[in-house]
Design a protein around this ligand. Structure first.
Ligand code: PEP
Length: 252
């Protein structure tokens, strides 16, 4: 059975003081909890705070994640952060291809696949985001879009594909309060699972497919009960310790 993963995506939020409060409240909520056997927990923070979070999380059950990673090893790439640099801060996961990166930074399927490759080469697990826009869903193109996005990652990463985490994040559900119903989400997750299976039966068994898009304390139980939903990538609700902890509890 696949372990569940609940990963918070803090986006461009936080401050030294707020992060400490949030992190300590989450750690306190998880203290004495032996659920780490079945559910892994991660927080993906702004890069500026990785050092702070490394200190706060070392020795805890919460893994550290970044929200992006460079596809390059080093050199003249102003503003980018390499996999090797992230490793120095104990980063275990890197989100790649978040729809906000695709939309506001023009990231293509190929670049996302190369970022996943750079992460894997450094022993960082990429959380590869795929998802359709509202217009694409309404045009009946959901499957086509997510399969195209995943195909690029499979093509570039070959047998390493079993080492990724996948996140289905319908763009129309991110930060909008609109959520895919469990049936809608499960339908897409099973398409992604089948695509992984065609590439590698091992990958289909191993890869955790997270749902992201306004997951909250109220809808988490029904979404996480679906057979192909192996966890959540959580934006807004990850910024409130009580909400985040309720989602972690729902994953058990
Ligand atoms: C996200 O940004 O990955 C996300 C899922 O955000 P939200 O939970 O706020 O919709």
């Amino acid at each position: 059975m696949r372990k569940k993963l609940i990963a918070g995506n803090w986006k461009m939020n936080g401050s030294l003081a707020d992060n400490e409060l949030l992190c300590k409240a989450i750690l306190a909520g998880l203290a004495g909890d032996d659920g780490s056997q079945t559910t892994a927990v991660a927080v993906c923070t702004p890069s500026a705070y990785l050092s702070q979070l490394k200190n706060l999380l070392t020795g805890s059950k919460i893994s550290l994640g970044s929200q992006d990673i460079s596809s390059h090893d080093k050199g003249a790439f102003t503003g980018e952060i390499s996999a090797a640099m992230l490793k120095e801060f104990g980063v275990r996961y890197a989100i790649v291809g978040h729809s906000e990166r695709r939309q506001y930074h023009g990231e293509t399927d190929t670049l996302v696949a190369l970022k996943a490759k750079a992460a894997l080469a450094a022993g960082i697990t990429p959380i590869v985001c795929v998802g359709e826009s509202l217009a694409e869903r309404e045009a009946g193109k959901t499957e086509e879009v997510v399969k195209r996005q995943l195909a690029a990652v499979i093509h570039e990463n070959g047998h390493c594909i079993s080492e990724i985490v996948l996140a289905y994040e319908p763009v129309w559900a991110i930060g909008t309060g609109k959520t895919a119903t469990p049936e809608m989400a499960q339908a897409v997750h099973s398409v992604l699972r089948a695509q992984l299976h065609a590439a590698s039966p091992v990958a289909a068994e191993r890869v955790q497919i997270l749902y992201g898009g306004s997951m909250n304390a109220a809808n988490a139980v029904s979404l996480l009960a679906c057979s192909d939903i192996d966890g959540g990538l959580i934006g807004g609700a990850a910024l409130k310790a009580a909400d985040f902890l309720s989602i972690v509890a729902a994953a058990k």
